[in-house]
Design a binder for this molecule. Structure first.
Ligand code: ARG
Length: 259
């Protein structure tokens, strides 16, 4: 209860010289939901995967090649290990269907910072290659940041009610890109927490939420964002914040060779 109040107050603290919103934690410990979501089939989002730890869904991810998954750095921190991590691809159900594949390695962006969430991206190498087909496909990473106002959609198995359980079926919401400058402006509540490696997306009463992290924000058929953080979910003055794929693409291309 006390923690929730602290979160609501979004208390400012000074950590390593940087001002940090204590309320802007990855929401794995907060209630929430993919707000306003619509059920989607995996054929419509064949690049979407579920990251499973010790048998349970905990984050999303996107297929980049037949053995590389892109996700959020904060999904790959402790307690995630190479041996407890599996990837489910080819199913819009988080508990069954498609294929469940082991991993051989993963890599977190060296510049990822837990407090500021900058560079919240990582790659996972699968033990066996995915067989591409109508339910399993790679998505191209955007090389240019989408402009303010572009249509973008985000999907995942995140929670469907505050404090509830994850959605059993894949959901998506349509949102619009909020450019970095706009997202950091006084129109919204984040200010300087919005860094160059981040991009925002928002829609009234629609957002990603807990359990959607690592998953894809797609615009123009390309991967433009990775679900990263937000203040609660679908709050009017607080868009969803994403790792900006166009900014981090070069890192991913390098990391997928060395992971
Ligand atoms: N960090 C969250 C997770 O681990 C995702 C938060 C996204 N929040 C939002 N309001 N868009 O699942």
């Amino acid at each position: 209860m006390f923690l929730q109040i602290v979160t609501l107050l979004a208390v400012l603290a000074i950590t390593n010289g940087a001002v940090v919103f204590l309320g802007l934690e990855p929401q794995s410990s907060q209630g929430g939901r993919i707000v306003g979501g619509t059920v989607t089939s995996i054929e419509d989002r064949p690049w979407q995967v579920s990251l499973q730890r010790s048998g349970a869904h905990f984050c999303g991810g996107s297929i980049i090649t037949n053995n590389i998954i892109v996700t959020a750095a904060h999904c790959l921190g402790s307690p995630t290990t190479v041996s407890n991590l599996r990837i489910r691809a080819g199913s819009n159900k988080r508990t069954y269907g498609g294929v469940l594949i082991e991993v051989v390695a993963f890599k977190i962006h060296e510049g990822y910072n837990y407090d500021t969430k900058v560079n919240d991206i990582g790659v996972v190498r699968l033990k066996s290659q995915l067989a591409f087909g109508s339910t399993i496909k790679a998505i191209t990473m955007a090389s240019a940041t989408p402009s303010h106002g572009s249509a973008a959609s985000v999907s995942g198995w995140g929670k469907t009610s505050t404090g509830g359980s994850s959605s059993g079926t894949l959901l998506y919401v349509d949102t619009k890109i909020v450019g970095r400058t706009q997202c950091a402006s006084s129109i919204y509540g984040y200010g300087s927490f919005i860094q160059p490696t981040m991009i925002c997306a928002a829609a009234t009463n629609k957002d990603a939420c807990e359990g959607d992290s690592g998953g894809p924000l797609v615009s123009g058929g390309q991967l433009v964002g990775v679900v990263s953080w937000g203040r609660e979910c679908a709050l009017a003055n607080y868009p969803g914040v994403y790792a900006n794929v166009a900014e981090l693409r070069d890192w991913v291309l390098q990391a997928q060779k060395t992971v």
